[in-house]
Design a protein around this ligand. Structure first.
Ligand code: NAG
Ligand code: NAG
Ligand code: NAG
Ligand code: NAG
Ligand code: NAG
Ligand code: NAG
Length: 691
C-alpha cells in the first residue's frame, strides 16, 4: 500500500534507463525530451514499451524498441499458396487499414512499417519476408507476428483441429501441491492468509455456485501471476510478518485464492530471471517470433511489466491484451498513453505509459471508473441483525511505522483525554519510538490477524493519522464495530501538492486519508475530521463516545463479493478479440453533461456510474445530435473529453485514440457525452442486472 521512499532503491530504474539509452544509440534518432532517461530521486521504475522518436521529416511515430533483426518465417510463407496471393493478387479492399478500438496502435504501426522497415530489414524482410511497399504484407505481419492489428478476415484459420478447452470445476479443497508452491516461492504470508480464510472462501464459493452466479460453464484458463515488485524487492516477502506493507500482499493472496477456487490453472513466479522461462523471450534479439502466448491471462504490476519490457520485447505484443496490472492507486488515461501530447498537471511520470486499455488496470478501491475495481477481502458478511459489540473507551492508532506518528502529539493528547490510546507499531530503534510515540500509548507490537481482531473488537475508535493512504485496515476496524476517525484533507492531496502522489500516474484528489470510507461508508462508522483543528477533534470524539455502532462491511469486501468480481473480469473481459460486451450495451444510459463537468460527476448526479466501456459505442455526431448539439464543425482528435461539444466554439470532438477515453476529464467549455449505468450499492463493479 505504501512505499516509504527511504526504503526505495533506484536499481531497476537504472537498469531501465540504461536499456533506453542503449536503444537510443541503436536507433540513432533524437528521442523526445520527455523520455524518462534521467533518474528520478523518488525512485520507481519506467514502464514504456514504445518510444516516441522524431524523424528527419519531423513527423512523430511510435515504434517498438530494441533492435529488430530477423530469423523466423512469416506464417504466410508456411502456406506457399497464400503467401503468393499476398503480394500480387489481393485487391485493395481486402487489405484496408482496419479501425478497431481493440487495436489502437494498428495504424501508427503500419505507417512505421512502411516508412522505417529499413531500420531492421534483416528481421522484417529477410526473416519474415515482409514486402514493405505492400500494405497487405505489412498488415499480415502486424496481425500475425506482432499483434498490433486485427487478423484479416480472410486469413482467419478455421480451427477445427484445436482441441476443446477443458471445462473448469470449482475447487473446494486446498491442494497440498499448491501450498508447497507457495512455500517454495517464499509466499508464506500469502499461504497463511489463504489457509486461514479457506473455510470462508469455500462457503462463499458454494453459495456462489448454488445461486447460479456462474452464469455459464467456464473453461480452465491458463493464468500467469508474476509478482514484479517482490521479484525486484524479495525482502518485502521476508518482512511480511514484521511490518512490510501488506495492502498489495492482501490483494495478491485474495486474487490467487479466487482464481484457484474458480478452477483455473494458475502459475506463479516471483523471480525476475526465471519468470522468463514461462514466456517466450525473442529467440534473436530485437526480432519478433511467431508463437502462441502460453497464457490466457497474465497478472502482474508495473515493475513486472518493466521486466517484461526488458526481457520479452519485441515478443511482448501478443501478450499485451492478456496483461492485467495491479495498481493500488490507479492510472489515468493521459499517463497510460505514452505518446500523450497534452499538458499534464505536475508533468508525466515514469510509471504507467503502458498503452493498455485502462480496464486492464486493477485497483484496490473503486477510485475511478476508468480502471477496474478488483479490491480484496476484508471478512465474512455481517448479518443484518448483528448487535453492537461491547466497547471500551479505547482508541487504536492506525500507523504501523512510528514515522507516521511524527508531529501528531497534540492530536493524540487531545484524544487521550477521552480514550486509552493503544498502538501496534514497529520501529528501527528505541530512540525512534521515544521521539514519536507518547509515553501513555499502550504498545502491542505487530499483532497477528486474530490478535488484532480481538483488540479491534474492544476498540471504540480507530485513529487515522493522515497516512498511510487508502489501506485495508480501516475496513477491518469498521467490520469489528469501530468508528474510524478519518483525517480530512482540505485542500485535497494530489500529485501537485503531495510528495507521495507526485510520481503516481493519477490526478485524483484525495479529500481524506480514506476517500472510500468517507464517501461510500460515512457516518456513523466514519467521522471525517480536520485533525489539525483540536476543538473539532474533541467534539468529534465526544460524539463518537455517545454513538453506538454495529459492525459494518459492504458486500463487495466479502469472499463472495470478490469471487463475483474475479469471475466476471476473467470471463467477460477480453481485450484480444471481440467476444462479449460486459456490462451489456443495453445497460447504457446516455447523458449529456453540463459544461465543465466530468462524466463521473454527470452520472453521479443521477445516482449512476460512468461506464467507460461504452465510449466506443457513442463516438458519433448522431449521438451528440440526439441531445440537440449542433456541431459547427467536427474534429476527430486525441482527446480526453471526446465525445464532446464545446460551448464557446460550437465544435464537436470525436475520439481518435481509443486508449484516451476517460470518465474523469473535464474542461470549462466542454459538454461531455457520458455513458452511465446503474450499480449495486454494495458491489459497485456490477450493474443491477449484471451478474
Ligand atoms: C542489430 O541488427 C543487425 C541486423 O541483424 C545486426 O547486424 C546487429 O548486430 C544488431 N545489433 C545489435 C546490437 O544486436
Ligand atoms: C472457413 O470457413 C468458412 C465457413 O465455413 C469458409 O467460408 C471459409 O472459406 C473458410 N476459410 C478458410 C481459410 O478455409
Ligand atoms: C532468481 O533465479 C536466479 C536463477 O535461478 C537466481 O540466480 C537468483 O538468485 C534468483 N533470485 C532471487 C531473488 O531469488
Ligand atoms: C482537484 O482539486 C483541485 C482544487 O483543489 C481542482 O483544481 C482540480 O481540478 C481537481 N482535480 C480533479 C482531477 O478533479
Ligand atoms: C475548528 O473546529 C471548530 C468546531 O468544529 C470550528 O467551529 C472552527 O471554525 C474550526 N477552526 C478552524 C480554524 O477551522
Ligand atoms: C470516432 O469516430 C471518428 C469519426 O467517425 C473516427 O474517425 C474514429 O476512428 C472513431 N474513434 C474510435 C476510437 O472509434
Amino acid at each position: 500500500m505504501l512505499w516509504p521512499s527511504r526504503r526505495r532503491s533506484g536499481k531497476l530504474l537504472l537498469v531501465s534507463a540504461t536499456i533506453v539509452c542503449i536503444l537510443i544509440t541503436f536507433l540513432n534518432y533524437n528521442v523526445l525530451k520527455e523520455l524518462p532517461m534521467n533518474s528520478d530521486p523518488q525512485g520507481g521504475s519506467i514502464a514504456i514499451w514504445q518510444v516516441v522518436v522524431r524523424f528527419r521529416d519531423d513527423s512523430v511515430h511510435l515504434i517498438s524498441f530494441l533492435n529488430y533483426s530477423g530469423l523466423n518465417e512469416l506464417p504466410m510463407n508456411s502456406d506457399p499458396q497464400r503467401g503468393s496471393i499476398v503480394a500480387e493478387k489481393i485487391s485493395k479492399e481486402e487489405c484496408q487499414v482496419p479501425h478497431d478500438w481493440l487495436f489502437p496502435f494498428c495504424e501508427s504501426k503500419i505507417q512505421y512499417m512502411q516508412q522505417l522497415w529499413g531500420t531492421n530489414a534483416e528481421c522484417y524482410v529477410n526473416r519474415h519476408k515482409l514486402k514493405p511497399e505492400n500494405l497487405c504484407s505489412a498488415l499480415i505481419y502486424l496481425s500475425e507476428v506482432e499483434r498490433f492489428c486485427p487478423l484479416l478476415p480472410w486469413r482467419r484459420r478455421n480451427s477445427t483441429s484445436t482441441k476443446e478447452p477443458k471445462l473448469a470445476e470449482m475447487r473446494f479443497e486446498l491442494d497440498q501441491a499448491f501450498i508447497d508452491t507457495l512455500n517454495k516461492l517464499n509466499l508464506r504470508w500469502m499461504r497463511d492468509r489463504i489457509t486461514r480464510m479457506w473455510p470462508q472462501w469455500v462457503a462463499a464459493a458454494k453459495q456462489f455456485t448454488a445461486e447460479g452466479s456462474l452464469r455459464r460453464k467456464h473453461h480452465v484458463k491458463k493464468i500467469f501471476i508474476f509478482f514484479g515488485t517482490y521479484a525486484y524487492q524479495p525482502m518485502w516477502l521476508d518482512m511480511a510478518f514484521t511490518g512490510a506493507p501488506l495492502g498489495e500482499m492482501v490483494q495478491w493472496s485474495d486474487l490467487i485464492a479466487a482464481l484457484y477456487l474458480l478452477g483455473h490453472d494458475v502459475t506463479l513466479s516471483v523471480n525476475s530471471t526465471t519468470y522468463q522461462s514461462y514466456m517466450s523471450p525473442p529467440k534473436s534479439p530485437g526480432c519478433s517470433d511467431v508463437f502462441e502466448p502460453e497464457f490466457d491471462l497474465i497478472y502482474t504490476d508495473y515493475n513486472g511489466l518493466t521486466y517484461m519490457l526488458m526481457h520479452i520485447t519485441p515478443n511482448l505484443s501478443p501478450y499485451i491484451c492478456r496483461i492485467r496490472i495491479l495498481d493500488s492507486f490507479g492510472t489515468d488515461a493521459q499517463f497510460n498513453y505514452g505518446a500523450y501530447e497534452g499538458v499534464i498537471p505536475g508533468d508525466k511520470t515514469m510509471w504507467a505509459r503502458a498503452d493498455l486499455n485502462l480496464r486492464q488496470i486493477m485497483t484496490m478501491f473503486p477510485h475511478s471508473p476508468d480502471n477496474l475495481f478488483l479490491g480484496f477481502v476484508v471478512g465474512e458478511p455481517i448479518p443484518e441483525d448483528v448487535k453492537p459489540l461491547k466497547k471500551k473507551p479505547i482508541g487504536l492508532v492506525y500507523g504501523k511505522d512510528v514515522q507516521f506518528w511524527q508531529g501528531k502529539r497534540e492530536y493524540l493528547d487531545t484524544l487521550h483525554k477521552y480514550l486509552e490510546i493503544h498502538g501496534t507499531f514497529f520501529a528501527m530503534s528505541e530512540a525512534e519510538i521515544k521521539e514519536n510515540v507518547p509515553e501513555y500509548v499502550i504498545a502491542h507490537g505487530i499483532l497477528s490477524k486474530p490478535d488484532l481482531e480481538k483488540l479491534l473488537q474492544e476498540t471504540k475508535v480507530f485513529i487515522g493519522l493522515g497516512f498511510p493512504y487508502e489501506g485495508p485496515a480501516p475496513l477491518e476496524a469498521i467490520a469489528q464495530g469501530c468508528i474510524f476517525l478519518n483525517a480530512k484533507f482540505d485542500p485535497p492531496h494530489n500529485r501537485l501538492n503531495t510528495r507521495f502522489f507526485k510520481v503516481k500516474p493519477t490526478l485524483r484528489n484525495l479529500t481524506s486519508q480514506h476517500p472510500y470510507a468517507e464517501v461510500f461508508i460515512g457516518k456513523p462508522h466514519v467521522f471525517t475530521v480536520d485533525i489539525s483543528n483540536l476543538s473539532h477533534v474533541e467534539e468529534a470524539v465526544k460524539e463518537m463516545l455517545r454513538t453506538e455502532v454495529k459492525p459494518y462491511l459492504p458486500r463487495e469486501w466479502t469472499p463472495k463479493g470478490m469471487l463475483e468480481r474475479v469471475n466476471a473480469f476473467t470471463e467477460y473481459y477480453n481485450f484480444c478479440e471481440h467476444i462479449e460486451r460486459w456490462p451489456p450495451l443495453s445497460e447504457m444510459m446516455l447523458l449529456m453533461g453540463a459544461a465543465g463537468k466530468s462524466c463521473v460527476d454527470v452520472c453521479k448526479e443521477r445516482e449512476l456510474l460512468c461506464e467507460p466501456t461504452f465510449f466506443v459505442d457513442i463516438n458519433t455526431t448522431e449521438d451528440l445530435k440526439k441531445f440537440g448539439m449542433k456541431c459547427s464543425a467536427v474534429e476527430t482528435k486525441e482527446s480526453l473529453l471526446a465525445p464532446s461539444y464545446d460551448v464557446s466554439t460550437h465544435m464537436c470532438t470525436l475520439q481518435k485514440q481509443p486508449v484516451l477515453f476517460t470518465c474523469v476529464a473535464k474542461e470549462p467549455s466542454a459538454r461531455r457525452l457520458c455513458p452511465c449505468r446503474d450499480f449495486q450499492t454494495q458491489q459497485v463493479a456490477f450493474c443491477k442486472q449484471c451478474h
